[in-house]
Structures are given as structure tokens and as C-alpha cells.
Ligand binder design. Structure first.
Ligand code: C5P
Length: 420
């Protein structure tokens, strides 16, 4: 079964129904997928107004978009003839979100440099709405320093991204550059729409752990791991946007504290446990930290290297399992306890084992093998492993994973309370 087909559409439907989207189609072979995107958005009750660049109109016809969207399609001729009828400001003002799919390297470059040399780029420059782009291009173009610069600039400008995916491309090459599938774009649109699930956690207290822990060996050295904290911090930020009071217990990370979140900084697993326990009670606990399994008894002074001497041996003792402790609490157990499973093999089986052993309600499993590029990267591909099965999500930006996870947990929280 394809991952996307497992994604429930209920929440998306609620968010998308009655919304107006301005879809800008760039000139790439992936433009044909945007026809399906329009169909999927309409199925969920959204209104889609389409603008084609001149290059896009060479790949797909305006008539196809007009038929599928049930709306007039706009292209460059529009700006010359119909400006009276509907100005470009109105076109972008009436949209809840602007979506660019496919976003070619050329279109991204024009967006990054603020050009307004056709209707599409004029709309993009004139809009005051959020912009979500789904890039699609040859792998070398995607990896080119000029494109990297443009992407960094656009991210800085607040533009949101979905994809591209890695895979076989129309040009026969393999690598990142393929436009995300329509259902992944639909999910990103639902997460990006202003107000999407905004108050779904109002009145709730959410405790999140994030980042690595650092276990000292002596005053100068420590044991730690590669966790960047990006996913946990994104979850804390998304929960705050959803209206929750959020306590984030963070190990040492290089990223900023998320806005609107009360962040407690800790170093060791023992400190993390103490901070989590002090933060309870909570409605929701999300253990996204990569807690060190073991700690050393730190030497009071720096361990010296002696010429010809044997290397020191470390005596390790096991750290408490914070997740299991929270999940197995007799008093003040959060209604939902969610853990993460970073695996390099047998991901689902290991996650199922962890779910049972730790007594939590859901495990978010992800592949952290070097090939997946999750540690430190901006994207994540997760599987939600619960007592009633596994739900796999497509590869998404960590912020999109966070928004979707928060929306899903808010639903589950309400369901769990109704069932009590
Ligand atoms: O057993 P493993 O470390 O793979 O489990 C990962 C999950 O357990 C994560 O949610 C992590 O935050 C949590 N954990 C914890 N305390 C530990 C070890 C893991 O809370 N000592």
C-alpha cells in the first residue's frame, strides 16, 4: 500500500473545505501532477484558482485546469486584457494560501530575487498570504549552489516547502528533485493554511523532550549523540501554535528556543527526568529526545593520558527510561504518552516492541540510518505505530511532520477523553 493512501483525510477535509487556493503552475513536466492536485483539493471542498506561466501552458493546457477546477484559468494574457475585471491584487487577496506546484528552478530564482515579469511572479510579489512551494527539477539543478542560495533566501522570506522527493526522474536521472505526490502536497497545504488546527490544543498542557542528553565522563568530556532537536522543537512550536501551554525540556542543542514555549535546558538524562517530573501534570507527553541509555560516573578531574598506560575503561550505568516512567505513572499520567523510535533497521517491529515495553500510547518511528539523512536534516519520514496499526506518512519537512502530528494528537486526545 502506498504511504499516502494511509493518511486519513478527515482532518484535511475539515481544514480545506471552503478555502480558496491560488495555484501557480510552473513550466515543468511535473505540471501534469498538478491536475491531480486540483482534483484532490476539490474533492476536499477547496476552491482552486489556477495561474499558468507561459512555460506551464506548453506542458498542460489551461482547458484541463479549467475543467478540473471548474474555474476560469489565468495566464499572462489575463493581465493585459482583464485587469479591470479582476486585478492581480484581488486574485491573491482572495486566496487563503498561494501554492506553487511545480516550482521550477527558474520560477524559484525569480521568486527569490523578487521579480515581477509575468502574472505568476507579479502575484507572488503582491501577495500578503503564505506561499507554499513544491519544487520540481533535475537533480543537478536542485543541488546547484545557485538553487541552494535561492531556497535559503525563500525560506528566510517565510516561504514554505513541500518536497522535492528523491527518485527516478522524467529525465532518467536519480536523486532529489521529483515533485511531491499530490496527496503529500494536499497534506502540506492543510498544515500551512492559516488557522489549520490552531486552537485544537487550547487549554492543554503539553510536555515535550527534545535534543540529545550529554553524560559527563570528566569535567572536559562527555557521551552524547547526533540528535539536533529539530523535530522535538518543531513539535513544541506546533503545539504552542495549536493553543497549548508547552513545556519543552531540551538537551544541549544549537537551535533557538521555539517562540511561545517555556523551555527548560538540561544536560543529562537524570536532569531531563527531574525537569519532566517537575513539569507534570500534563495532558500530553511527547518524548522526542534522544536520551542517552547509559551514563558514566564522572571523574572529578580530567582523566589523564599516561605515556604507555592502558586506556581507561568506562563503567556505565543505565539511565532511567523517562518515557516509560511517564507512561507507567500511577498518578498524574498524561492522557496521551507518545515516544519516538529512531531505528536503523526493522523499524516497525522495533517500534511495536517499544510501544508494549514502555507502555506508551503511540510510537513515532523513523529511519535514522545515514542514508535517510534524518539526523540534523530538515526532513523526516515517519510511521505512527499504535495499538491499532501502523500509519506511514510521506517524507515531509520536520515542521510539517510536527503540525500533522499535533493535529492528529489533538484529535486522539479528544477521542480518549470522550471514551472515558
Ligand atoms: O529505547 P529507545 O531509546 O529507542 O526509545 C526511544 C524513546 O524513548 C524516545 O521517545 C525517547 O525519548 C525515550 N527514552 C527516554 N528515556 C531513555 C531512553 C529513551 O525517555 N532513557
Amino acid at each position: 500500500m502506498r504511504a499516502e493512501s494511509l493518511v486519513s483525510t478527515d482532518a484535511q477535509q475539515q481544514i480545506l473545505a471552503g478555502r480558496t487556493l491560488l495555484l501557480i503552475v510552473g513550466g515543468g513536466v511535473a505540471a501534469y501532477k498538478s491536475l491531480d492536485l486540483v482534483r484532490r483539493l476539490r474533492e476536499r471542498g477547496a476552491r482552486v484558482r489556477t495561474v499558468l506561466t507561459a512555460a506551464a501552458a506548453r506542458f498542460v493546457t489551461p482547458l484541463s485546469f479549467a475543467s478540473l477546477s471548474g474555474e476560469r484559468v489565468f495566464d499572462d494574457l489575463f493581465s493585459l486584457t482583464d485587469e479591470q475585471e479582476m486585478g492581480h491584487i484581488r486574485l491573491s487577496r482572495e486566496a487563503d494560501l498561494v501554492v506553487v506546484a511545480p516550482a521550477t528552478a527558474h520560477l524559484l530564482a525569480r521568486m527569490a530575487s523578487g521579480q515581477a515579469d509575468d502574472l505568476a511572479t507579479t502575484l507572488l510579489l503582491a501577495t500578503d498570504k503564505r506561499v507554499l512551494v513544491a519544487p520540481a527539477m533535475n537533480v543537478r539543478m536542485w543541488l546547484h549552489p545557485a538553487t541552494r542560495r535561492n531556497i535559503a533566501q525563500l525560506r528566510d522570506d517565510g516561504v514554505l516547502f513541500v518536497g522535492p522527493e528523491e527518485g527516478e526522474m522524467a529525465c532518467g536521472e536519480f536523486g532529489p528533485g521529483r515533485m511531491s505526490e499530490p496527496l503529500a502536497i494536499v497534506a502540506a497545504i492543510a498544515a500551512a493554511l492559516p488557522g489549520a488546527g490552531r486552537q485544537s490544543l487550547a487549554g492543554r498542557h503539553v510536555v515535550v523532550t527534545s535534543g540529545p542528553t550529554r553524560e559527563p565522563i570528566d569535567p572536559a568530556r562527555y557521551l552524547s549523540n547526533r540528535s539536533s532537536g529539530k523535530q522535538g522543537h518543531a513539535i513544541a512550536a506546533a503545539a504552542a501554535r495549536a493553543g497549548a501551554r508547552v513545556t519543552l525540556v531540551s538537551g544541549p542543542v544549537e537551535i533557538d528556543d521555539p517562540p511561545g514555549v517555556e523551555t527548560r535546558h538540561v544536560e543529562t538524562a537524570l536532569q531531563m527526568l527531574a525537569a519532566v517530573e517537575a513539569a507534570l501534570p500534563a495532558d500530553l507527553f511527547i518524548g522526542a529526545a534522544a536520551v542517552a541509555d547509559w551514563r558514566a560516573e564522572p571523574a572529578p578531574d580530567k582523566i589523564k593520558k599516561r605515556p604507555g598506560g592502558a586506556p581507561p575503561s568506562l563503567v556505565l550505568s543505565e539511565n532511567p527510561d523517562i518515557l516509560a516512567r511517564v507512561a507507567r505513572r500511577e498518578s498524574a499520567r498524561p492522557t496521551l504518552v507518545v515516544g519516538f523510535a529512531a531505528e536503523t533497521r526493522d523499524m516497525i517491529a522495533n517500534a511495536e516492541e517499544k510501544l508494549a515495553r514502555k507502555g506508551c500510547d503511540l510510537i513515532v518511528a523513523n529511519d535514522v540510518s545515514a542514508a535517510a539523512g534524518v539526523f540534523g536534516g530538515d526532513a523526516n519520514e515517519v510511521h505512527l505505530v499504535g495499538p491499532d496499526g501502523v500509519e506511514s506518512w510521506p517524507r515531509l519537512d520536520k515542521s510539517d511532520v510536527a503540525a500533522r502530528l499535533v493535529a492528529r494528537l489533538a484529535e486522539r486526545l479528544s477521542q480518549a477523553e470522550c471514551a472515558r
